[in-house]
Design a protein around this ligand. Sequence first.
Ligand SMILES: *Cc1c(COP(=O)(O)O)cnc(C)c1O
Length: 209
Amino acid sequence: MLDRIAAAAREAGRDPGDVTLVAVSKQQPDERIEAMLAAGQRVFGENRVQEARVRWPPRRAGVELRLIGPLQTNKAREALALFDVIETLDRESLARTLADEIQRAGAAPRLMVQVNTGEEPQKAGVRPPQADAFIAACRARDLPVEGLMCIPPELEPPERHFTLLAKIAGRNGLAKLSMGMSADYEVAIRCGATSVRVGSALFGGRVPR
Ligand SMILES: *Cc1c(COP(=O)(O)O)cnc(C)c1O
């Protein structure tokens, strides 16, 4: 996996060190996670607070943990305690709650704004026409937004969505782009991804409980 990521980066004329592999461990058995840790992988993504809360506290040393799934405002405090990065800042009420909780805790995670590039009704994320204003509103609250994240529509070629995300990040001065999953991480790297979120292609199929 790391070989393919590095090759895709080089083909795009990019430094392989500028692309982080986020190993998406949701619904994966503990043995596979232990094996990944033993192999030296240190950055992991989870999509649910509840699952991360059970899995990660005993294995947390030296690990960077990212929340890549929707965050309910009533779980914001717990998410701040668990995660180094929250990639799914997607609405004003969450921005407000996170700003309050960060102040209370005296420490902030790194943040990414999720953009609903396909404007899909069932999907989280700010819509592209609202993205600039939302990013500005987050900055006005002193939220440390470092980049953007997207999940393109399942049945469309992803390039257009990755390119749109890169464009919104560029005009807002944001350096980080979380985009690309098992099926399309190489495409995402060509489009400028600085992190790719890969689950099944890395661990094998998920095993729902
Ligand atoms: C599950 C998930 C992934 C990983 O999906 P794969 O197709 O297994 O690589 C990436 N991003 C998000 C937001 C996810 O929920």
